[in-house]
Design a protein. Structure first.
Length: 214
């Protein structure tokens, strides 16, 4: 019993180590990616509010001619549909990336607790320890932890495509040639992603099976 329990704990350690490494990768990528999206947002979110120069000119004109009906000269501003779409895509992308960071942190805490529980079980008799370990393992592989390990990567994938969408929309408002080039590149990336996601469903033995693969 003791030898069997030792083999199971070694197997658990490999699973925990693998998932921990995956969460560390998510944290590193999501942190760097969030910094990139934030840099773009600093420039784009200003398009959602009134032009500060126009607002300053309105204040100056109001002070020079206080008898004028200020309400009739109040600057009106409505962001264009493209500005709204760009900012919606980028803000959503940032929120999803930060959500992936939060989930990854939680998963790392749960995995640490699972490892601590396995360590404390070693003080029990081997048969009791194996029974307790089995209950914990069921919770690990079929409960919230298992699905939460998959979730951050999926959130980052959706976040990336939202960023691509915002980038393409922005470029189409600036230059058609560059926009067309970037659209082709992002389309190729999207097609590759879809093919590698769907293809494993036709080949059960394929090693190219990711979390989102069918």
């Amino acid at each position: 019993w003791r030898r069997c329990y030792s083999s199971l704990t070694e197997y658990d350690s490999k699973i925990v180590s693998s998932w921990t490494d995956e969460m560390n990768m998510v944290l590193i990528f999501a942190s760097l990616y969030s910094a990139v999206v934030t840099a773009f947002l600093i420039e784009s979110y200003q398009q959602l509010s009134v032009d500060p120069v126009e607002a300053l000119l309105f204040r100056i004109s109001s002070q020079l001619d206080p008898s004028a009906n200020s309400s009739s000269f109040k600057p009106s501003y409505a962001p264009s549909n493209s500005d709204v779409a760009i900012n919606a895509a980028r803000f959503s992308s940032l929120v999803l990336a930060l959500s992936a960071v939060l989930i990854a942190i939680l998963v790392k805490q749960w995995l640490y607790h699972y490892s601590w529980m396995n360590s404390s079980m070693s003080e029990q008799p081997p048969r009791v320890a194996m029974a307790l370990r089995h209950l914990s393992y069921i919770s690990l592989t079929s409960g919230m932890i298992y699905y939460s390990v998959v979730c951050p990567a999926l959130l980052l994938i959706v976040s990336l495509f939202l960023f691509f969408a915002g980038l393409v929309i922005l470029l189409w408002t600036l230059n058609a040639i560059i926009a067309g080039l970037v659209t082709i590149l992002t389309s190729c990336t999207t097609v590759y992603f879809l093919v590698t996601t769907i293809a494993p469903s036709f080949n059960p033995n394929s090693i190219c099976r990711s979390s989102q693969a069918w």
